[in-house]
Write a protein that binds this ligand. Structure first.
Ligand SMILES: *Cc1c(COP(=O)(O)O)cnc(C)c1O
Length: 390
């Protein structure tokens, strides 16, 4: 199925909504039936039929069809956040006594799920350096049920060789899952590489305008039915019809936004990599990155997120750099229209700071849709204000 068809038409039928061009927001929690038999039929297929919006809603269904097609998956379930999707998918794969192998330094709330939340229910996790697929094999125990990937992972953007890890998992009959938020289905399609479950924070690129929190789980029809009947309906972390509509609207321009970001980010990265005020750049598509070839092999295009280590001895220097930026806004999240920075030094003294693998002079960047030359000029002046080595 071609990308234009998926983005512009799939799952929509104007005659069902009185010819409306844009699909309506079905802002209702329930759906009414003429006869007992109609109601009985709807209840029997709640995953596919509007009955109650915690299960199925027509606005959300359009989105499910489009995202499943983009991922090359049989099914997609939408959630009220990326974290809700990841939690439901991981919970569906384990029971008390089971074990998970996960790439080190995943998204912070994935880390909390695996290392704080699940141990309360007798599920343990081993975190491994994902740059060598053999590390996953070494961490496998007789009770390992799931290998969880995030490629590239958060903050330092190491890549995992997805087909190599899938091969190891399949040898052992272990499920695989991946957080694919960084790449989007346009740049990386893990289902086609044999991964069982794909997650997204749709709060990022898929919605693309920093105005919604949403999550995606793509998998086989069989797995989706199993998750729908238990974690999805029980935990109830569903996406509202209005937020689904916002994601649908954002999705219309996903290919354009991903192209723009793929063009401008390497230019910004090249400028920073050559600047004496920058000690290191973490970016999968940097030529000097030892993982460049793996990144190229499994991702079609560069993304907009990267991190740098500032060459400064003091938090004050790092703060001065960040405070001096005018075109990069300071905020969490990414994937919207606006360029952003997230300075790690802000986490010092915060209850959220548990990951001392990440140094305080690291700044995470997202390059949005602005003119990259203006962004580069802004970085140049802020690096000058930072000064060096004081
Ligand atoms: C933001 C993010 C999440 C969580 O998504 P929410 O929609 O904020 O719950 C998960 N994984 C990655 C890589 C993220 O950046």
């Amino acid at each position: 199925m071609d990308l234009s068809h998926i983005i512009n038409h799939l799952g929509e039928s104007h005659e069902r909504y009185q010819g409306a061009g844009a699909p309506p927001v079905y802002q209702t929690n329930n759906f009414v039936f003429e006869t007992v038999d109609d109601m009985r039929k709807a209840l029997a297929f709640e995953m596919d039929t509007p009955f109650y919006t915690r299960g199925n809603n027509p606005t959300v269904t359009i989105l499910r069809e489009k995202i499943a097609a983009l991922e090359g998956a049989e099914e997609c379930l939408m959630f009220g956040s990326g974290s809700a999707a990841i939690s439901a998918g991981i919970l569906s794969s384990v029971q008390s006594g089971d074990h998970i192998v996960c790439v080190r330094k995943p998204y912070s709330w994935t880390n909390k799920l695996l290392n704080l939340f699940l141990p309360r229910y007798g599920v343990t996790a081993t975190m491994v350096d994902g740059t060598d697929p053999e590390n996953f094999r070494k961490a496998i125990q007789p009770n390992t049920r799931l290998i969880m990937l995030e490629s590239p992972n958060s903050l330092t953007f190491e890549v995992q060789d997805i087909p190599a890890v899938v091969a190891i998992a399949q040898e052992h009959g272990i499920l695989t899952a991946i957080d694919n938020s960084y790449a989007t289905p346009l740049n990386q399609q893990p289902i086609l590489m044999g991964v069982d479950m794909v997650f997204h924070s749709a709060s990022k690129y898929l919605s693309g305008h920093s105005d919604v929190v949403a999550g995606v789980l793509c998998c086989s029809r069989k797995k989706a039915e199993q998750i729908f009947k238990s974690e999805f309906m029980t935990l109830g972390g569903v996406l509202s019809p209005h937020d689904a509509w916002l994601v649908l609207r954002g999705l219309r321009t996903l290919p354009l936004r991903m192209e723009r970001v793929a063009e401008s980010t390497p230019r910004v990265v090249d400028f920073l990599a050559a600047h004496p005020g920058v000690a290191h750049v973490y970016y999968p598509f940097l030529l000097s990155n030892p993982q460049y070839e793996v990144a190229r092999k499994q991702m079609k295009r560069p993304g907009g997120q990267f991190s740098i280590l500032l060459r400064t001895d003091s938090i004050e220097g790092a703060d001065r750099f960040c405070n001096s930026l005018k075109r990069f806004l300071m905020a969490c999240s990414w994937g919207g229209y606006e360029s952003l920075i997230f300075p790690m030094s802000t986490l010092y003294g915060s209850a959220n700071y548990q990951n001392n693998e990440i140094p305080w002079n690291l700044v995470r960047f997202y390059v949005g849709l602005e003119d990259p030359e203006l962004l580069i000029a802004d970085l140049a002046q802020a690096l000058e204000k930072m000064g060096m080595g004081e």
